[in-house]
Design a protein around this ligand. Structure first.
Ligand code: NAD
Length: 445
């Protein structure tokens, strides 16, 4: 699947059009390749607060070269600002003082990360106001930074300082190529304890991950990335997709199960398979999804029911069965795949948006209750170039691809990388999050 517009604007004639008509000019996004450093360049750190020490330790562990004072005339790949020391609105000036002089010294595909304190956990009223203000700053800078660069905010709960490494590794590296204007929370619910990662290059070694809808599109890429990170993937898909699923799982040394996840006994069959083959799993990624678009005035009951059944009821039932039978191991992971449509709504998608908003509800409803260090999070993809979006009419597709801060659609690997971050054993405090993988789409932002 290619982005024809992006190929066109990279051609000599296309460049002329971009220049003269002011057309969007998407920057080629850098993606992470195996063996590449977390950050290919220098990071400038700034601000002062309770994260200082943890930040230095985490950056050193990640092998990221960082400086506290930016040398004149150099270019930087990332800026990280510890804003946890900002306790009053008048202190917000520190953002301007740190960032403004550095904005012209960034490379393309740069990373900006602001670290704050989870506002809801701050007792002091003035501090809570100031911490909440960081969101507006981050989202605006994300919209103006350009050149394939991203800007994100990570709120760290008091006590969760030592857990930041896996999250820094995601947001500072090319793994977050299509994630911008996002707010992640660490330790807001669940544990604030850190867990060691034995082999950072293969953090999922020895772990089993279930991926539904694994035969193609985003699911296939999730399976590939989790395998890259060392996991054994149990891919699930419908019988019609059996041969694609089998050959992919063979390639990835994984395991497969063909069934319709909406089947009455599907949760029990998955549980039985897990029990006999693996004993327990580290993670379940509820990726399988369908669309059956129609305006509500023309919506038949079958379109409504099939979408809710695949996208929402099946993830609810399968998660429940695995949890009840204790088939998810300690420090395990549940991941939902929501959608921008579930956040912003979309014409012709009342059924789909209801199901995808429900996935966010599933995250909210379980995040506070899970025991044994199990977390639940979701990704909300924007416009990702797959067979699902190839079915979207041309004009809508073009608008979908351009209406974001990156002026382009994302790739399945971008969604997969966000899921791999959630699955990392180091992401103990990443719980209850819904992170959009949408290039900071204007819709519902
Ligand atoms: P896709 O249609 O290419 O793949 C979906 C997979 O799910 C297929 O392999 C399909 O066979 C499987 N599946 C469908 N119903 C199933 C069932 N009942 N039982 C088992 N497997 C079933 O779609 P995609 O674009 O790769 O999307 C993957 C997920 O991402 C979906 O949940 C989708 O809603 C979500 N999403 C996609 C986009 C996008 O832009 N592509 C945007 C937002 C959200």
């Amino acid at each position: 699947m290619t982005d024809h517009y992006q190929s066109f604007v990279s051609s000599p004639v296309g460049r002329l059009f971009v220049k003269n008509l002011g057309l969007p000019d998407p920057t080629k996004l850098e993606r992470w390749t195996e063996g590449a450093p977390v950050v290919d360049g220098t990071v400038v750190t700034g601000g002062s607060g309770r994260l200082g020490k943890a930040l230095t330790v985490a950056l050193d562990n990640l092998g990221v070269s960082n400086v506290g004072v930016a040398p004149e005339g150099e270019k930087f790949k990332a800026l990280v600002f510890d804003a946890t020391g900002i306790t009053h609105s008048t202190d917000l000036i520190a953002l301007q003082q740190f960032f403004t002089p550095l904005m012209r010294s960034l490379t393309s595909n740069a990373r900006v990360l602001v670290l704050g304190t989870v506002p809801e956990l701050v007792e002091d009223k003035a501090e809570r106001v100031a911490q909440r203000a960081l969101e507006g700053f981050t989202r605006s800078l994300g919209k103006e930074i350009g050149r394939g660069s991203t800007v994100n905010l990570v709120y760290v709960a008091p006590g969760a300082e030592e857990t930041i490494e896996s999250t820094l590794s995601f947001f500072l590296s090319p793994k977050s190529a299509y994630v911008s204007g996002q707010v992640a929370r660490l330790g807001a619910t669940g544990t604030t304890e850190a867990a060691p990662v034995a082999d950072p290059a293969k953090p999922l070694t020895g772990k089993v991950a279930i991926v539904t809808g694994a035969s193609r599109g985003i699911g296939e890429q999730i399976a590939r990335v989790l395998h890259r990170d060392g996991a054994t993937v149990l891919g699930i898909d419908v019988p019609q997709a059996a041969s694609e699923l089998q050959s992919l799982m063979k390639e990835l040394d994984g395991d497969h199960l063909t069934l319709d996840i909406t089947g009455k006994d599907a949760p029990q069959r998955i549980a039985q398979h897990v029990k006999t083959k693996f004993g327990q799993v580290h993670a379940v990624v509820h990726n399988a999804g369908i669309t059956r678009d129609k305006k509500l005035a023309n919506m038949g009951e079958d379109r409504w029911s099939s979408v809710i059944a695949v996208n929402l009821t099946a993830p609810e039932r399968i998660s429940r069965e695995l949890l009840d039978q204790k088939l998810i191991e300690d420090n395990g992971r549940i991941v939902g795949v929501s959608s921008i449509a579930g956040i912003a709504g979309n014409v012709g998608q009342t059924n789909y948006a209801a199901s995808k908003a429900g996935v966010i509800g599933l995250v909210d409803s379980l995040a506070d209750d899970l025991d044994d260090g199990i977390t639940i999070n979701a990704v909300a993809p924007g416009f990702i170039i797959t067979q699902m979006t190839a079915a979207v009419p041309f004009a809508t597709r073009e608008v979908g691809q351009r209406m974001n801060a990156m002026s382009q659609g994302g790739l399945p690997v971008d969604v997969a990388e966000a899921i791999a971050w959630y699955l990392s054993p180091g992401s103990t405090a990443v719980n209850g999050n819904v992170v959009r993988v949408c290039g900071q789409m204007m819709l519902g932002a």
